[in-house]
Design a protein around this ligand. Structure first.
Ligand SMILES: NC(=O)c1ccc[n+]([C@@H]2O[C@H](COP(=O)([O-])OP(=O)(O)OC[C@H]3O[C@@H](n4cnc5c(N)ncnc54)[C@H](OP(=O)(O)O)[C@@H]3O)[C@@H](O)[C@H]2O)c1
Length: 289
């Protein structure tokens, strides 16, 4: 296993050009007692080098976006340029009508203190017809309020349906649960997306912390001179077109997860990970977090 000297994670190929490692923010901005510590963690993340951030109007009902907005605004008052950041947010399915998407996006931008989102996702599929959501997203793109749009929690069938709609192929990413214990996407969804240069954003890549406590992975990591979370992240990042978005508001774990992007797994380590967590041999239902 080798750690590359490069300080920044590589960028995804294709038009999105986002770093392959971003920071999740679910469960942040929910509690005023932890707000100061979470804000400090986000500011530290920016200092460490994290540049991509994943949030949603759902997280803390706007609380995570407000918190992130405060951290980003402070960083942007310094030398950081807006075009160095990659900010993702998501719209609730019940806000996903053409008009609803516009109103939700404007609220998100206000909380994030930004003029434009780099990527705006439909959080999961709801009752609103996809065509209306796509129309709303496309109007936002025309207005310059979002650079790209995409979806989340979509399997191949849903993406095919989307692709058949006018402008449906503008879908720039799909965010799904993808981790060492949830590798079903490697059977069909990931290849489908790879063939179309549509990045797959891996949410819950450490299984919400559980993989860091996995006995087998802990043993392997100790032998490889890494941590279990780093191996879990590095294995996913080794797949082309995958971006991982682990969440942490802990200073040491922010550094630990950041360092995972510099790890190149050698073949024996990769094989041992795959022996512990075998890749799928048949279609599996999409995991939903
Ligand atoms: N689109 C969707 O439907 C959807 C669903 C779920 C998640 N997401 C997005 O994906 C992001 C990541 O997923 P997630 O938050 O569910 O799970 P995750 O990133 O797999 O795990 C986060 C949890 O693991 C802990 N953790 C982080 N790094 C660690 C490390 N190195 N060692 C040990 N524990 C560690 C964190 O605690 P500390 O903070 O204390 O470090 C936190 O409790 C979310 O934050 C959100 O942005 C999207």
């Amino acid at each position: 296993m080798a750690a590359s000297p490069s300080l920044n994670p590589p960028l995804l190929p294709g038009p999105l050009a986002a770093p392959v490692l971003g920071l999740g923010t679910w469960r942040m901005g929910e509690d005023r007692h932890t707000r100061a510590a979470e804000l400090a963690a986000l500011r530290l993340a920016l200092d460490i080098g994290w540049r991509a951030f994943d949030t949603a109007e759902m997280y803390g009902e706007g609380g995570a976006e407000s918190l992130l907005g405060e951290a980003l605004a402070a960083a942007l008052r310094g030398p950081l340029r807006r075009d160095e950041l990659f900010v993702v947010s998501k719209v609730y399915p019940h806000h996903a009508s053409a008009a609803g998407v516009a109103a939700a996006c404007e609220r998100s931008l206000k909380r994030l203190r930004l003029d434009c989102l780099d990527l705006y996702l439909l959080h999961w599929r709801g009752a609103v017809p996809l065509a209306a959501t796509v129309e709303g997203f496309e109007r936002l793109r025309t207005r310059g309020l979002i650079r790209h749009w995409g979806v989340s929690n979509f399997d191949v069938g849903g993406l095919q349906e989307l692709a058949a709609l006018p402008h449906g192929m503008q879908c720039a990413a799909n965010q799904v649960w993808y981790s060492l214990t949830r590798r079903g996407v490697e059977f069909d969804l990931l290849p489908w997306q790879q063939a179309r240069q549509m990045p797959l954003m891996a949410y819950s890549p450490i299984d919400q912390g559980a993989l860091a406590r996995h006995a087998g992975l802990k043993r392997l990591a100790a032998e490889a001179g890494a941590t279990p979370a780093q191996l879990a992240l590095a294995r996913l990042m080794a797949e082309p077109g995958v971006m991982v978005i682990p969440k942490s508001s802990d200073p040491a774990r922010l550094r630990e997860n950041w360092a995972a992007a510099a790890i190149t797994l050698d073949e024996p380590t990769r094989q041992r990970i795959d022996a512990l967590f075998p890749p799928p041999r048949r279609k599996q239902p999409l995991a939903i977090g």
